[in-house]
Design a protein around this ligand. Structure first.
Ligand SMILES: [Zn+2]
Length: 300
């Protein structure tokens, strides 16, 4: 089976800020691991090979308005475009903070039209609510360009603001732009019900399950979330598999996470209670068909 990871990252110390490095050190200390300061595309390709993940979507983050970044906005786009050049198994989005106004709009258009970026990655914890009307030109432009927007949701790192990352702040955008395809990252964790509610009521909203591998060894929470997503018809058609690679490699590797999901079955007790079992077809939709349609432009 083809597998698309709809949410991965690449970076090296040369492209991240000093604040990012510090945040990674803090997070690593907290979990008793080594900070992940370099994860170039080479590492991603190796992990994909081991995990038999055939395709992946790189989601760069624009923190340039909050932190001193070594690269300009445009240089950062080009960095990610160049690292995947000639590789049909990888695509990249463009990372943009919509508070950049006109400059950001120009970059969004350049990134998609000239550089082949497949969508926009938005990172509200840098300090903005997605439903501010001054950002509406960005959503209009995405619709015009025919690209989706993946919005980071929920849990974030030390120097970011989590209050901006609630799914409810995406609802108005989803309502006002019915043709805009929106992906709520991480199923909004910890605001899972909120993310599922926003997706359930808005047919243009999907969720991605990246980061949930942290529960793969104690999977009750994953089972319950999927059963709930199934009940509100977000799973399987608007549910994307993803990892957030390389962020959780120390807990559960990409290989283990792909394996877990490929073989996903709800426990018998849940089926006895009336939940419907996950089918092979569901898994195919979640692990590649939905992302092929949304992010690789394939008709599925
Ligand atoms: Zn991410």
């Amino acid at each position: 089976m083809k597998i698309i990871d709809s949410h991965v990252h690449t970076w090296t110390q040369q492209i991240i800020s000093k604040k990012d490095i510090e945040a990674r050190r803090i997070a690593a200390e907290h979990s008793g691991t080594e900070p992940q300061l370099n994860s170039p595309v080479f590492d991603l390709r190796n992990a994909m090979k081991k995990a038999e993940v055939s395709h992946a979507v790189i989601l760069p983050i624009d923190s340039g308005l909050n932190q001193d970044m070594p690269l300009t906005l445009q240089e950062k786009t080009d960095y990610h475009v160049d690292e995947i050049e000639g590789d049909k198994t990888l695509v990249t989005f463009v990372g943009l903070d919509p508070r950049r106004g006109k400059e950001g709009l120009i970059e969004l258009e350049r990134a998609v039209k000239e550089k082949g970026c497949r969508g926009w990655k938005m990172y509200p914890p840098n300090g903005f609510y997605p439903d501010q009307e001054e950002f509406y030109p960005y959503y209009n432009l995405c619709v015009e360009l025919g690209v989706p927007v993946t919005v980071h949701q929920g849990f974030t790192s030390r120097f970011k603001y989590v209050k901006y990352a609630r799914p409810v702040h995406v609802d108005k955008v989803a309502v006002d732009f019915p043709e805009l395809k929106i992906i709520l990252a991480h199923v909004g964790i910890p605001w899972v019900n909120e993310a599922l509610m926003v997706a359930a009521k808005n047919p243009n909203v999907s969720v991605d399950v990246s980061g949930w591998q942290v529960y793969a060894k104690t999977p009750l929470k994953i089972y319950q979330m999927i059963a709930d997503a199934k009940l509100v018809h977000v799973f399987p058609n608007r549910f994307l598999w993803g990892s957030d690679f390389p962020l959780f490699e120390n807990d559960v590797t990409l290989h283990e996470w792909a394996e877990f999901f490929r073989n996903l079955q709800l426990p018998q007790e849940m089926i006895d209670q009336g939940y419907r079992q996950v089918s092979t077809e569901d898994i195919e939709r979640v692990m590649w068909k939905n992302a092929a349609r949304l992010m690789f432009g394939e008709k599925q």
